[in-house]
Design a protein around this ligand. Structure first.
Ligand code: 26Q
Length: 820
């Protein structure tokens, strides 16, 4: 068998065992005699952590010593998942740990399973940030992530009587992967007012005074790279009350309660991740989170730069800052403020530095997701920043007016301030104006932003400012860790595990497509992964599914644009068909398990209705004796990163069926194909590039094209539209009460039937059903199916986040790896 050299982390089993015992007995102050799985996890994590820290320190010292340019990745979300398995892979020594733990009476999978997910993110955007950290470390780029240390990550989802119930995710109880830096703190100011005064040279200076102060405390997490000692840093800020005179006075004068209240108010800032995905809800606390995190991070970055004693104009040669969506856009304003108010630079000099430093990644075209904040809120919370925004806008609009004197509407269209009631700050426009590059996350998406929401800015700045960097995923977690047997099989045919560093070498697999023995091994691994998921389904839901059935999976955040409703309507259609079949016909029907998973934002009522319908359909279908194994409908609770690692390798077919033009990229589509599953999908996001890479004969595409969406929507609004007849049967079944109280699902039906069908469910229904029928047919020919899977995997090299990070490095950050 092909095994990596896994023997660097620990010399041998004895050495590792000794470390575990030492940690159990001293660090944890427990005895080996009552060492349970939790303690064994803790000690194992600590043993690997010790090794990790050494590389981490060395990497950081080296980066400081060489004074090389660094990337700072600013993201409000880092959806890291578990760390131990990844640490084992990168420190090396998993095999040793496995046999040592065995000897101590533990199974390594159980030990790994003890860890809570670090779930500091909602979905795609947060997981992308985590994959990027992995790639930047693996490629030896000096890079830091900056984020918030939420006390509560994304809520845990429970399904009770078919409804989603949210439970808080308190994940910090024991977290060996974070290091509090109580000596690294930054005081952050809010509210107050601006006073103008003259300095010694008679220059007007702005003083931001008064208001309140909250302290940011740094917590660091090591980010190890694969097959390299490079270990980067993820710095997360936690909020606490500033320990100023003020509190002391209150405390000493007996105002304990209000002193404690101040403390709680301060801690609230980093308390909880906002659970909205692709929706902007303008809450003051969210803006406070953004400024708190951005100001602390910039203070840290500037402090580090100033140690080098370089001239300010060299700042962009030392620092690249990437804005993960508009959430950190205040960083643009904050850096300008530091440079002009604190460091005394002239506006133009400062602004040149700012724009050369920042890059902005857009992740959405959905209008409801584009961030806007009321001017009044800014005035109140960040008065100096609002002034600077007005100045940025003024200079920007002046330059636009000069270039386009005849376009009267242009100025109001591109203004950073929307002249609405109330006036709003348009964060995406601010991010564009404040950056030197703007990128979308897949080709279609990058084209769309340039031709629709940002088209005026393309006119103003030219097309060179806009670019595409198609998303990617880390093959370390999403193939090697999630699917160890497939990884081993691939390694055995491609010349070892080097493919994990250059994913394009997967193309060597193509020569085995017709190799019967190889196909058999491949199919066995898929089957074993399905058995594992079937066991998980049995143990959590007490439903038996047949691992020989086609596993059809849609797991992602629940959203109307992602169209889980199309999927479940399709499932109902299938159910009705099975019910109408004769016993003979049923024998010919291909068995299927429809698997759903995903969280709805707590305030997104329609998404919650979709979850409810899926669960109700499941409870009818799963116990219908007419159906048996032909159809099962499963809703897996609390979909998260560690569950994805079980679900994705077990899929035969996964669904990526967003309305064309709405899903910026999608990244789970890449994960599913890389794990040997096929896709049913629309011509949207990265599906299009996946098709280009793997070939259209290896993917089930259907539905409307994005260029036709506008016309179709227009037709709906003006009445030239009847619901698809197949879909009408589904609606009849729902309204007849077959799946519980019809009133519960009235809104889901009428969104399509009566309210314009914004997501084109009816338009795409027939082609969806037809395509699913093709899937059934093709799945019957297993040899051919497996060939398609192998061929697809062989052609997926492009979708590594390593490729993606190299593109950012070259096109946006202008940075080179630091040789080790
Ligand atoms: C904004 C304002 C206030 C509160 C919350 C938010 C907010 C939070 C999260 C807005 C958007 C998000 C997350 C967006 C997201 O995950 N987008 C996904 O990004 C992926 C990585 O690029 C893409 O693959 C997906 O297509 C895109 O939907």
């Amino acid at each position: 068998a092909w095994t990596k050299n896994q023997f660097d982390g620990f010399k041998n089993k004895d050495e590792f065992e000794k470390e575990v015992v030492r940690h159990v007995e001293t660090t944890l102050a427990r005895s080996m005699f009552n060492c349970d799985d939790v303690a064994a996890y803790s000690a194992t994590a600590l043993a690997f952590r010790d090794r990790l820290i050494k590389d981490w320190n060395k990497t950081q010292q080296r980066q400081t010593f060489t004074d090389s340019k660094r990337i700072y990745y600013l993201s409000l979300e880092f959806l890291m998942g578990r760390a131990l398995d990844n640490a084992m892979l990168n420190v090396k020594g998993k095999d040793i740990a496995k046999s040592a733990l065995d000897e101590l009476g533990f199974r390594i999978e159980d030990i790994i399973g003890q860890e809570n997910d670090a779930a500091l993110g909602n979905g795609g955007l947060g997981r992308l940030a985590a994959c990027f950290l992995d790639s930047m470390a693996s490629l030896n780029y000096p890079a830091w992530g900056y984020g918030l240390r939420y006390r509560y990550g994304i809520f845990k989802q429970e399904i009770i009587d078919g409804y989603q119930v949210e439970v808080p995710d308190y994940w910090l109880d024991f977290n060996p992967w974070e290091f509090p830096r109580h000596d690294v703190t930054v005081d952050i100011q809010f509210y107050g007012h601006v006073r103008k005064s003259q300095d010694a040279n008679g220059k007007t200076v702005a003083n931001w005074e008064g208001g309140e102060t909250v302290t940011a405390v740094a917590y660091d997490m090591p980010i190890p790279g694969y097959d390299t000692p490079s270990t980067n840093n993820l710095r997360l800020w936690s909020s606490k009350a500033a320990s100023g005179e003020f509190d002391f006075q209150k405390f000493n004068s007996g105002e304990y309660e209000s002193s404690v209240a101040d403390q709680q108010r301060a801690e609230t800032i980093s308390a909880v991740l906002y659970p909205n995905d692709n929706l902007d809800r303008g809450k003051e606390l969210r803006l406070k989170q953004q400024y708190f995190w951005v100001a602390a991070s910039l203070y840290d970055i500037v402090r580090r730069f100033k140690k080098s004693k370089r001239a300010w104009r060299e700042f962009p040669d030392q620092v690249a800052i990437q804005l993960n969506d508009t959430h950190p856009t205040l960083a643009v304003v904050e850096l300008q403020r530091i440079l002009i108010d604190k460091e005394g630079l002239e506006w133009d000099e400062a602004w040149a530095i700012v724009t050369a430093t920042f890059g902005y990644t857009n992740h959405t075209v959905l209008p409801e997701a584009l961030e806007k904040w009321p001017v009044g809120l800014f005035q109140h919370l960040l008065p100096r920043h609002l002034q600077i925004i007005y100045d940025i806008n003024l200079f920007f609009l002046q330059s636009v007016e000069k270039r386009f004197p005849d376009d009267r509407d242009m100025l109001s269209r591109v203004s950073i301030i929307e002249e609405s009631q109330p006036k709003m700050v348009r964060m995406a426009y601010l991010a564009i104006v404040g950056s030197h590059k703007v990128n979308g996350v897949a080709e279609l998406h990058s084209d769309l932003i340039q031709t629709t929401i940002f088209k005026d800015f393309v006119k103003i700045y030219g097309a060179d400012k806009f670019t595409n960097v198609t998303n990617g995923i880390t093959p370390r977690r999403w193939l090697h860790q999630a699917n160890p047997r497939l990884s081993e099989l691939i390694a055995s045919k491609t010349g070892g595990y080097d493919y994990l560093k250059d994913l394009t070498t997967l193309n060597k697999l193509e020569q085995y497509v017709d190799d019967k023995a190889f196909r058999k091994e491949w199919a066995e691994i898929k089957y074993a992964n399905k058995v594992r998921l079937a066991k998980y389904i049995k143990s959590t839901l007490d439903i038996t599914v047949n691992p020989a059935a086609l596993f059809d999976v849609q797991v992602k955040r629940i959203h109307e644009y992602k169209r889980q409703q199309l999927n479940i309507f399709g499932v109902i259609y299938r159910y009705l068909q099975i019910k109408e079949m004769s016993a003979e016909e049923r024998k010919k029907q291909a068995p299927r398990v429809s698997i759903f998973g995903g969280k709805a934002a707590p305030g997104y009522w329609m998404a919650k209705q979709i979850i409810h319908l899926i669960n109700n359909v499941g409870s009818v279908v799963n116990k219908d004796p007419d159906v048996g194994d032909l159809l099962k409908v499963i809703f897996l609770e609390d979909y998260n990163v560690s569950k994805a690692e079980i679900i994705i390798p077990a899929s035969d077919l996964s669904e990526h069926i967003s309305t064309a033009g709405t899903e910026a990229s999608g990244t789970s589509n890449m994960k599913f194909v890389l794990n040997g599953g096929l896709i049913i999908g629309t011509c949207d996001g990265a599906n299009i590039e996946i098709t280009r890479e793997i070939g259209q004969e290896n993917i089930f595409l259907f539905g409307t094209l994005s260029e036709d969406v506008e016309d179709l929507r227009h037709n709906h609004t003006y009445g030239k539209h009847a619901v698809d007849s197949g879909l009408q049967k589904v609606f009849d079944a729902i309204t007849s009460g077959k799946f519980g109280d019809a009133n519960d699902f009235g809104a889901l039906v009428s969104a399509v039937r009566d309210h314009g069908d914004y997501y084109l469910v009816s338009d795409d229904f027939q082609s969806y059903i037809d395509t699913q029928k093709m899937v059934d047919e093709e799945y019957k020919n297993q040899e051919e199916w497996v060939s398609k899977c192998i061929r697809s995997v062989a052609r997926m090299g492009f979708f590594s986040s390593d490729r993606c990070i190299n593109e950012y490095a070259e096109e946006i950050w202008n940075i080179e790896p630091l040789a080790v």
